[in-house]
Design a protein around this ligand. Structure first.
Ligand SMILES: [Zn+2]
Length: 123
């Protein structure tokens, strides 16, 4: 159990749901852009190597962004699942309260700040 009150948990759930919608829209936009690229690549003249190389570089940046969005979406969904099962707000490593200020800043946070720092140093 954590010290989060029901209204606090509901506010954080709303924050997570809004973030989830935003991420889904961003990932959707990436897919639309990808389809557009495939179409224009088909019709592009075969000798446009410079343009293609430039596009490949741009695609790599966009793919990295899409991966970050996807990773965050996974974390947001996991946080929503923890709200459902009642484990939300507790550090997954030490079981202590993650704390409301940290959850407001990172609603999908898995660990308290101390354990997060340790986990990042270990990585
Ligand atoms: Zn902890």
């Amino acid at each position: 159990m954590t010290t989060l009150t029901t209204p606090q948990t509901h506010a954080l759930r709303d924050q997570l749901l809004a973030r989830k919608e935003q991420l889904l829209q961003e990932l959707d936009a990436v897919q639309v852009a990808h389809r557009e690229r495939m179409k224009s690549a088909d019709s592009a003249p075969q000798d446009a190597y410079a343009t293609q190389a430039n596009q490949v570089a741009q695609n790599a940046v966009r793919d990295a962004e899409a991966r970050r969005d996807h990773d965050e979406l996974v974390a947001v969904r996991a946080a929503l699942a923890r709200i459902e099962d009642g484990s939300y707000g507790a550090c997954q490593d030490c079981g202590a309260d993650i704390g409301l200020p940290r959850l407001h800043a990172f609603p999908a946070a898995l660990r308290c700040i101390g354990c997060q720092t340790k986990a990042e140093q270990a990585a």
